[in-house]
Unconditional design. Structure first.
Length: 700
């Protein structure tokens, strides 16, 4: 292989043979190139492709990595396991399902399915939906699983006994239905390795060389999973950037990358600091912001690119003026510099900010797309079709049955479904097995007939058969409406998906197809068309890059978010600062930072101080004129907390139950003058707030 196109530090990482290695790769420093080149180097030096495991965090990243490796090593790339943690977990479970007590045709539940189960269990346990939030409970369960906290240990960190009971019943329900959720794809392999050291050793022998991308985004389960696989040979090569760790809210623990050298004392560490993406001015601005974080490994991005234009800081009157300014600048770029819309992005901290910028784009007739907010697989008709396919594959799937037993309408109401549920629970059987009469029996016969007729059909033919025999197509063609036409078009588009799978995998089974779909259905983005300005949150932009970037809403309480300010901890602000660092380093040529004197957000007019992160950028990197100079001089890290407080004080006592708008229910454990400390269930822990903060309400 040719390594002449690598810089000295990249070469050093690629040529590392055995033992642990940590590669701290700054934004735009060519980490994917290092990973793929290292794989090629290992194969060139006698390592069998079948002994190499490369893990990344998205299916898209895994596909791109595989394509690059194919270009480097050719056909041998097909023997390398390049996948996400979840895909690898699924592979291991499928190879060992009997050891874990599952049938071969187990199903994977997505987030909507698990929410349905939680709601059903809440009803069984008589939990008041006005007091309990089903999504919050589902998220608590997911967090507990990713922290490897079993139902038996859950009561040690959750003070609500009903939620503890629900978690236990939730796990029982999944096992009873021969189903797993996404979190199980990580924790079941760990369980398997714990109960069978021989099986663990077989995978350690299979995957002697382990490469992990975005290591700073690993959660506890992924961390333990990786450590177990690498324990025998310790050929673990991780790449990441602690300065781009922005997913704590998903359970990611950036301390995993900071502690790598403690986990592997003989590890070698390499810093990739040369950036190939941005101008030096943009990198200098990013460096000057992130250096204010204390919990990090120090590195300094630099580039051989041009110095570039200074960053433009603009303060507008309100969110409408903000939108008008952005659209005016975009039109200048397109009309005067002949820039493509595809090369432009507008970033914001919260989804709520998209409304005003969308309105501005529409008024200015600028084509745009919102990244990460619309999903093909979440459309109702697609979910319905998938549930039919899942029922054909596994009639024990109660969640799918409940969704489509009356789709299209067959006169099967909630009372009937309740009777079926009761019969199933009393006899410890599935709902499908409990159906013996009535209109529901006709539905059962439809599924049984489809099981027979679909045995010798291709996936695409199977989909057509389901659409015909279920009555879905008939219902949508009865009445000619625009909505029905769109739904039919979407169902037709689904056939394009099955055809692509057939072309890629040949005679793929329904079981394998559903597993593949489950792995992408929660993350597939809908981004129709090309040559459009990209609008997205600062979280959604990670991994992307654009020539021209506008960051709007750079204000205290928005960016950094008011939750991080009110928590009063350095950790929360440092995560926001890392998010700002990610946003800045997305820009290749030009960057605009914009805020408002006042803005209407969440139905309220806010007057926020400029973001502290602007003040952290060295003035010499910001375009200087009379307006920006006076603005920079006024920026402080002070935040107008009065606007976030209730006018009428609340009298709190230790032991009081309170509810937070984002964190849910907690208990007051300490009161210190104007601050109260609240203990929230795991994994949130204790957080401090000003007593009368609007996000808090006392629960009587």
């Amino acid at each position: 292989m040719n390594i002449d196109n690598l810089n000295p530090k990249q070469k050093e990482a690629v040529l590392h043979q055995d033992g642990p290695m940590l590669v701290l790769a700054g934004a735009g420093s060519g980490k994917t190139k290092v990973l793929t080149s290292r794989i090629a180097y290992l194969i060139d030096n006698g390592v069998s492709p079948a002994n190499i495991l490369a893990i990344t965090f998205t299916n898209k990243a895994a596909r791109e990595m595989k394509e690059r490796v194919i270009n480097l090593v050719g056909y041998d790339a097909n023997y390398i396991q390049i996948s996400t943690f979840h895909s690898l977990g699924l592979k291991i479970i499928k190879e060992n399902y009997e050891f874990l007590g599952y049938d071969k045709n187990f199903i994977i539940l997505d987030s909507d399915d698990t929410l349905t189960i939680v709601k059903k269990l809440m009803k069984e346990l008589n939990m008041n939906p006005k007091f309990y939030n089903a999504k919050q409970i589902r998220n608590k369960i997911s967090s507990a699983k990713n922290e490897l906290i079993t139902p038996e240990k859950f009561n040690k960190i959750e003070f609500d006994s009903q939620i503890v009971t629900l978690y236990k019943k939730y796990c029982q329900k999944l096992k009873q239905g021969n189903s797993v959720d996404f979190d199980d794809l990580l924790i079941l392999p760990i369980k398997l390795f714990e109960i069978s050291p021989n099986i663990l050793e077989s995978y350690q022998e299979r995957y002697k060389y382990l490469l992990i991308d975005e290591y700073q985004d690993t959660n506890e389960a992924q961390y333990v999973f990786s450590k177990m696989l690498a324990a025998k040979y310790k050929n673990i090569f991780v790449v990441g950037d602690n300065d781009q760790a922005i997913y704590a809210f998903r359970g990611a623990n950036f301390k995993n990358i900071l502690n790598f050298e403690k986990d592997y004392p003989d590890c070698k560490t390499i810093l990739l600091e040369e950036n190939y993406r941005s101008t030096q001015t943009i990198l200098n601005a990013a460096n000057s912001v992130i250096k204010h974080n204390k919990k990090r490994k120090d590195k300094n991005l630099w580039s051989n690119n041009d110095i570039g234009e200074k960053i433009k800081y603009i303060k507008t009157d309100d969110e409408k003026a903000e939108g008008e300014f952005v659209t005016k600048e975009i039109k200048k770029l397109v009309n005067e510099k002949k820039v493509s819309y595809d090369d432009i992005a507008v970033l914001y901290r919260t989804n709520a900010q998209s409304r005003s910028i969308e309105e501005a784009m529409l008024k200015a007739n600028i084509p745009y797309k919102i990244i990460g907010s619309f999903y093909f697989y979440n459309r109702k008709e697609i979910k319905d079709l998938l549930c039919y396919l899942r029922l054909i594959n596994n009639p024990k799937d109660d969640v799918s049955l409940m969704r489509v037993i009356n789709v299209p309408k067959r006169g099967i109401g909630n009372v009937t479904i309740g009777h079926i549920t009761d019969a199933a629970e009393q006899n410890n059987i599935s709902m499908f097995e409990a159906i013996t009469s009535g209109k529901e029996l006709a539905f059962k016969q439809i599924i049984e007939n489809l099981q027979k007729t679909c045995q010798n059909l291709s996936l695409t033919e199977m989909v057509e058969e389901v659409l015909e025999k279920s009555g879905m197509k008939e219902e949508l063609t009865k009445e000619k409406t625009l909505e029905n036409e769109i739904r039919l078009e979407n169902l037709e588009e689904f056939k394009s998906i099955t055809k692509n799978y057939e072309e890629e995998f040949g005679e793929i089974s329904l079981d394998d197809f559903l597993n593949e779909i489950s792995l992408v259905s929660d993350v597939t983005e809908h981004t129709d068309g090309t040559n459009k300005v990209s609008l997205m949150t600062t979280h959604a932009v990670k991994g992307l890059e654009f020539d021209y970037v506008f960051i709007i809403g750079m204000e205290e309480g928005i960016f950094p978010h008011y939750n991080s300010i009110m928590e009063g901890t350095n950790d929360a602000i440092e995560e926001e600062r890392r998010l700002c660092y990610v946003a800045i380093t997305r820009a290749k040529k030009d960057l605009w930072i914009i805020n408002c004197k006042k803005r209407l957000l969440y139905g309220q007019t806010q007057c926020n101080a400029p973001s502290r992160f602007i003040a952290e950028i060295d003035e010499k990197y910001i375009e200087q004129n009379k307006q920006t100079t006076s603005l920079l001089n006024k920026i402080t890290t002070k935040f107008n907390k009065k606007e976030m407080l209730n006018k009428t004080p609340t009298n709190y006592q230790i032991g009081d139950h309170v509810k937070h708008i984002d964190y849910g229910e907690g208990v007051v454990v300490n009161i210190d003058k104007s601050l109260i400390t609240i203990a929230f269930p795991h994994p949130l822990g204790t957080k401090k707030f000003i007593k009368n903060h609007k996000s808090l309400t006392k629960v009587d």
